[in-house]
Design a protein around this ligand. Structure first.
Ligand code: MN
Length: 442
């Protein structure tokens, strides 16, 4: 796993003053990647790195010729509208470019004048998916979420016997993953009320969000090969925020026996910025389990994974209803990825343990990250006890599930004593009314 180096030094300051703002998600110790262009322009999308309130344009940076040697090779992989070639190239390339960016944008680098021309304001940018996502797998790695949801769907048998032995997951739909800011229509589908004799078809009545992290796969493994737990993170390019929108009424009716299907495949939204594993290195924590729980099987266990396999990433979800003003939001919950029952490394290793080839750009969802406390739940399903208890908002509105016009905003950040705070920015999207197609909603 990643060692700390000079790019993590909390004393580093940038010559770009907004990067030194204590509240920025993007100090010089972060340097996350995205694909962007000026909003509503005819520009080509291109790769960029966040710094303060700006984006370092990696095409313009290349033209300066200030990036040399190994880092220049890495930079040449970032010259299209996709991060795929760079993601595939692996840790040495990622580290070389990070090192070069850190040096060039640190105060006193002497290249401010040339580099200022490579900056583009984030406030004027629009983003697209960072790469083509071939496959999407969603895990279920929070035991607190699994237990709470299990007790709603199966009160007599909330946590199934396999849960503590393997990271549960299902194969999701990659085509409906969209970048933050992409609004979507309330899905329609088949549901069956408990007291109804037959199911009916219509707009989802119990629309929910899921507070998750997304894990982007970097270098692939060949079909038939597996990934050892201590090599696992070499296959992870970085993490983003993921809102896995869920139609709970459709889910309850369709999920047995093969798992989620149309309740999940209408929309999933990711944040534009991918924070690298190297940037996250200072925020590793011990991976532990309650003493009465079984130890993971040897292929899912290692000293390194136990010592520092978990990541302390704070995650928060907020709601903005259509009645609220532009800047007004209400926080619904906050938790941390450190509560996950399975680590990112274990999810990757388990996924490839049958010889399944993971491909560059594949996205793994961690599953809803709910903490041990009730108010740390990462979905409305949990916060409203299955829709039985409404949430009272500060402006007098109430919610059990999402209304049309509701915007969900998720944020993530890491902070610990003696380290520069880094963040993920946000992922947001708004629920639009269902599109009723004449004749279809029968
Ligand atoms: Mn999910």
């Amino acid at each position: 796993m990643m060692e700390l180096n000079n790019t993590h030094n909390p004393d580093l300051k940038s010559w770009l003053s907004s990067a030194n703002d204590k509240s920025t998600d993007f100090p010089i110790q972060n340097l996350p990647f995205a694909v962007f262009r000026e909003a509503d322009s005819a520009e080509y999308f291109r790769c960029g790195v966040a710094l303060g309130d700006q984006i370092i344009d990696l095409q313009k940076l290349k033209v300066t010729n200030l990036v040399t040697r190994k880092a220049a090779d890495a930079l040449s992989l970032c010259q299209s509208d996709s991060l795929h070639p760079f993601m595939a190239a692996g840790q040495n390339n990622w580290s070389a470019l990070r090192q070069a960016l850190s040096e060039l944008f640190t105060k006193g680098s002497g290249h401010e004048k040339l580099l200022e021309n490579c900056l583009s304001p984030q406030s004027k940018a629009e983003f697209k998916l960072p790469c083509s996502i071939g496959d999407y797998t969603d895990f279920y790695s929070s035991i607190h979420h699994a237990t709470a949801v299990g007790s709603l769907f199966r009160p007599d048998n909330p946590l199934l016997p396999n849960y503590k032995w393997l990271p549960i997951g299902y194969h999701g739909r990659a085509s409906s993953i969209a970048i933050s800011g992409t609004d979507f229509h309330r899905p329609t589908g088949q549901t069956k009320k408990p007291d109804a004799e037959v199911p009916s078809f219509g707009p989802c009545q119990r629309l929910d969000y899921e507070l998750e992290m997304g894990i982007f796969i970097g270098p692939e493994n060949n079909a038939g090969s597996t990934i050892a737990i201590d090599s696992s993170e070499q296959h992870i390019f970085g993490l983003c925020l993921l809102n896995d929108w869920s139609a709970r009424d459709m889910q309850a009716w369709e999920y047995q026996p093969l798992g989620p299907f149309l309740a999940k495949s209408f929309a999933s939204t990711i944040s534009p910025w991918i924070v690298t594993m190297e940037a996250l290195a200072p925020f590793r924590t011990r991976y532990t389990r309650p003493t009465d729980d079984p130890s993971p099987l040897p292929y899912l266990s290692s000293d390194k994974n136990s010592a520092q396999g978990s990541l302390d990433i704070q995650l928060a979800v907020a709601l903005q209803t259509s009645q609220m003003k532009d800047s007004e939001t209400e926080q619904l919950s906050q938790s941390s990825f450190r509560h996950s029952y399975w680590t990112a490394a274990q999810m990757v290793t388990h996924h490839a343990s049958n010889g399944c080839n993971l491909q560059t750009g594949d996205l793994l969802g961690t599953g809803t990250q709910s903490g041990p406390e009730f108010e740390e739940a990462g979905s409305l399903l949990e916060l409203t006890k299955g829709g039985k208890q409404s949430i009272n908002l500060g402006n007098g509105e109430e919610r059990r599930f999402l209304n049309d016009g509701d915007t969900i905003i998720m944020r993530g950040w890491c902070e610990t004593a003696g380290r520069a705070r880094i963040g993920f920015g946000e992922v947001r999207a708004t629920v639009l009314p269902a599109q009723i197609i004449s004749g279809a909603a029968q």
